[in-house]
Design a protein around this ligand. Structure first.
Ligand SMILES: C[S@@+](CC[C@H](N)C(=O)[O-])C[C@H]1O[C@@H](n2cnc3c(N)ncnc32)[C@H](O)[C@@H]1O
Length: 232
């Protein structure tokens, strides 16, 4: 599969993404639940077709996991994708998937996205280097409080334009308030039902449905100025 398929239909993309291997042993503390092919295809197809934010664009995928969003982004024409994850095991599965899918424009970086939000040296090197950021961050369980917001802050640093992310609908007000305080424009594009099957130990039921918001954040002149000031 050497070529990008910018005009690929959502269903075709979803069918290809069925072949992306998931986590071997998902880690509860890292909230390793993969984006389903259906949700990944809906997200990426919207990013590409409604907003033209993938074809020919450089993309960062924060918390890349096994790579479903990174692979889909390249399939829809991204010129370059950087996938970042804290977990060596996830990155190893991701590297295998990239090989299977013959993805040539995706690099992987092992890093803690939370630290990246605060590490000014690396942040300034990567600041604004990506047109588009896509991610399905940890929701922020009791062990991980605030990680969803840290992912957003890092994503906004890396992106010169738009960021697309998934968040529990129950946190909508909190996320929209944060966005307002950073001076970025935020839109909830869709409310999706995320079906977590029983892969993570703490889920007692066979499967759990969670309502998630698919959100788009876009920089404004104001937010870009604020970032420059923070790093100077
Ligand atoms: C909900 S999973 C999403 C995985 C993948 N992007 C997908 O869509 O299937 C969250 C990912 O974030 C990673 N992660 C958790 N904490 C992290 C951190 N502090 N820094 C970087 N990655 C982290 C996990 O290892 C996991 O791969």
């Amino acid at each position: 599969m050497a070529k990008a398929f910018c005009s690929m239909k959502r269903k075709e993309l979803e069918a290809f993404l069925q072949d992306v291997d998931g986590f071997d042993k998902p880690k509860v503390l890292l909230e390793q639940y993969p984006t389903t092919p259906h949700i990944a295809a809906c997200m990426l197809h919207t990013v590409a077709s409604t907003f033209d934010d993938l074809a020919g664009k450089s993309v960062a995928d924060l918390g890349v996991g096994c790579g479903i969003l990174a692979i889909g982004a390249e399939m829809l024409g991204a010129s370059y994708v950087l996938g970042i994850d804290i977990d060596e095991d996830a990155l190893s599965v991701c590297a295998n998937n990239l090989e299977e899918f013959e993805m040539t424009n995706v690099d992987l970086l092992k890093a803690n996205v939370r630290h990246l939000a605060r590490c000014s040296e690396l942040a300034s090197r990567l600041q604004g280097k990506f047109d588009t950021v896509v991610m399905n961050p940890p929701f922020g369980t009791k062990h991980n409080q605030g990680i969803d917001v840290d992912f957003l802050q890092t994503g906004l640093k890396l992106s010169s334009n738009a960021l697309y992310s998934l968040h529990k609908s129950s946190t909508r007000e909190h996320i929209l308030k944060k966005a307002q305080s950073w001076g970025v424009e935020a839109t909830v594009l869709a409310e999706l039902r995320y079906n977590l099957d029983n892969t993570l130990k703490f889920h007692k039921k066979k499967s759990v449905d969670i309502d998630v918001d698919f959100i788009r954040l876009v920089h404004t002149q104001d937010s870009l100025h604020r970032q420059k000031d923070m790093l100077s």
